[in-house]
Ligand binder design. Structure first.
Ligand code: ZN
Length: 78
């Protein structure tokens, strides 16, 4: 099995955070995050961001447009 690259890892970051991946994909993302400090940094950033959204909203709503903008910004940071 080919290892996951950074683009694939970042694409799966939200599903990973939301636990929407199957077990194999979860394991692949986790392994990549363990081996890749830049992606792990993105993961920590995203998790904190989602926590903020959840804290400030009573409903679990994160507009997908907002998510996309954040992902694009993270890519610029790399
Ligand atoms: Zn990476």
């Amino acid at each position: 099995m080919a290892g996951m690259d950074c683009d694939k890892c970042l694409e799966r970051l939200y599903p990973y955070l939301d636990r929407e991946l199957d077990e194999r994909e979860l394991a692949e993302v986790k392994r990549h995050l363990d081996d890749c400090p830049p992606c792990e940094g993105s993961y920590v950033f995203e998790r904190r961001f989602l926590d903020l959204i959840r804290d400030s909203c009573t409903q679990d709503v994160a507009p997908s447009a907002l998510r996309e903008r954040i992902v694009l910004r993270l890519r610029d940071l790399r």
